[in-house]
Structure formats: structure tokens, C-alpha cells
Ligand binder design. Structure first.
Ligand code: 13P
Length: 250
């Protein structure tokens, strides 16, 4: 049984005050925590204060990125142990915006995943094809490439803590959600790839869908057997929307 997981990715939005207001509203929303796990990935600078606000609650707090290095002369980077130290329980890794604007490679994404795992921070590794790749019917080839290092280099034990988020780039922030059937097909492909590592692990691994998820389309996505939750961008900035998505994923 995979308990559904809904994560908000706030990206570079808001400030300390709006973040606190959003969390207060979420905490009052009577979320179905016995049926769905929830978390928010907030900007680094607000992790400490917002983490304190969430301390003792069922909403997990995480980061949007992590360094691929342990420590040292890496100006501007934030290490996995720093994130752990400040109370983060998970981190997004390899979001398409990081791959596009910061040219993150699959090797770096593997290194970041290893760093997170080494301190007990749960990695949520993002994969997905661009619009051009989708139109050229290259989705499976792209996903194979993005997942192959993780499949060959992580141990079965390490996979126990990994979550995958499938985010087709053409669906991010565009309002064009993937059809539940299309997303299911891709999620099943991803699960089959993980099964090359270990079949039990493949059955246990959560595969989230991301890309224009709203309260209105969450239930149809939830109905698919291999969609285990959502990674939500824009709609996670609106308490009612995010709460609605959490409820529709239970
Ligand atoms: O990138 C995303 C989450 O990481 C998805 O963003 P939207 O939900 O705004 O499409």
C-alpha cells in the first residue's frame, strides 16, 4: 500500500509573511492526514522560520534543491547536512527548472540524491520530457536517460527513501495537465524501470505527477493505479486549492 503524498513546490514566490499566512490557513484546513501525507518545499531562506511553524504538525517541510557537494568552497550552495540540521525532511532534486536554467546533469542529480540520502533527507527526484520531446514521441527515451543512473547506482536500500516526480515540462505552469491515461502510461513505464532494480522496491516507490495539478483535476489523476500523489506548483500557493488537492488524493 502506497500512502498518497501531495507536495507543494512554492518555487521563488512570496515572502516570510505570506508563507506564514499560507501555512496558517493550511493548518486550519482539516487535512486528511490519516489518508494522505503532505509537505511543502519552500525557499531556503524561509526553511527555518516556517519549519518552526510546522514543528509538531503533520505537514512536512523540505527544500527545492540541495548541493551535490558535502562542504567547502562552494559559494551559494546549501548542503544536505545543513538542510537536515534546519529541520527539512525532504528535498526536491533535478526539477526541470534546475535542469533548464542551471544545466543540471543526470550525474549531478545522482550526486545530489546521494548527498540527501547520506544524511537521511528524502530525495524527490524530478523527471520529465520537454514539449519538443513529447511531440517527437521521445518521452520513454528521455525518461530512460534521466532514470538510468539512479537505477544503476543506488542500492535497493537507498531506493527505499526515494520518491520520483514525473513532471512533463509542457504541463508545468501552462494549465495543460497531462491526461490521466497518458500520465498513467508514463508512471507505469517509470515503475517498470525501477523494477529492474528490484520488484518489491518498484511496488513501494511513490511516483508523483506534477504539472498544472488543481483541486479540479486531482481526483481523476488519483484514480490511476500508478499515480501516488502530486507535486504542485502554482496551486500550492493558494491554501484552498492545495487543501482541495490533498483531499482529492486521499
Ligand atoms: O513544477 C511544478 C511543481 O514542481 C508544477 O508547477 P504547476 O503546478 O504550476 O504547473
Amino acid at each position: 500500500m502506497r500512502i498518497p503524498l501531495v507536495l507543494g513546490n512554492w518555487k521563488m514566490n512570496g515572502n516570510g509573511e505570506s508563507g506564514a499566512v499560507l501555512l496558517s490557513a493550511l493548518l486550519k484546513s482539516d487535512l486528511p492526514f490519516d489518508q494522505v501525507a503532505c509537505g511543502v518545499a519552500v525557499p531556503f531562506v524561509y526553511l527555518a522560520t516556517l519549519g518552526e511553524k510546522l514543528s509538531g504538525t503533520k505537514i512536512a517541510i523540505g527544500a527545492q534543491d540541495v548541493s551535490n557537494k558535502v562542504e567547502g568552497a562552494f559559494t551559494g550552495e546549501v548542503s544536505a547536512s545543513m538542510l537536515k540540521d534546519i529541520g527539512a525532511s525532504f528535498t526536491l532534486i533535478g526539477h526541470s527548472e534546475r535542469r533548464t536554467y542551471h544545466l543540471e546533469s543526470d550525474s549531478q542529480i545522482l550526486e545530489k540524491t546521494k548527498q540527501a540520502l547520506s544524511v537521511g533527507l528524502k530525495p524527490v527526484v524530478c523527471v520529465g520530457e520537454t514539449l519538443a520531446e513529447f511531440e517527437e514521441d521521445k518521452t520513454e527515451t528521455v525518461l530512460k536517460q534521466q532514470l538510468s543512473k539512479l537505477c544503476s547506482e543506488l542500492s535497493v536500500k537507498e531506493w527505499e527513501s526515494v520518491t520520483i516526480a514525473y513532471e512533463p515540462v509542457w504541463a508545468i505552469g501552462t494549465g495543460k495537465v497531462a491526461s490521466p491515461e497518458y500520465a498513467q502510461k508514463v508512471h507505469s513505464f517509470i515503475r517498470n524501470m525501477i523494477a529492474t532494480v528490484d520488484k518489491t522496491i518498484a511496488n513501494q516507490t511513490k511516483i508523483l505527477y506534477g504539472g498544472s495539478v488543481k483541486a479540479e483535476n486531482a481526483a481523476q489523476l488519483r484514480a490511476m493505479p500508478d499515480i501516488d500523489g502530486a507535486l504542485v506548483g502554482g496551486a500550492s500557493l493558494v491554501a484552498e486549492q492545495f487543501a482541495g488537492i490533498c483531499r482529492n488524493f486521499r
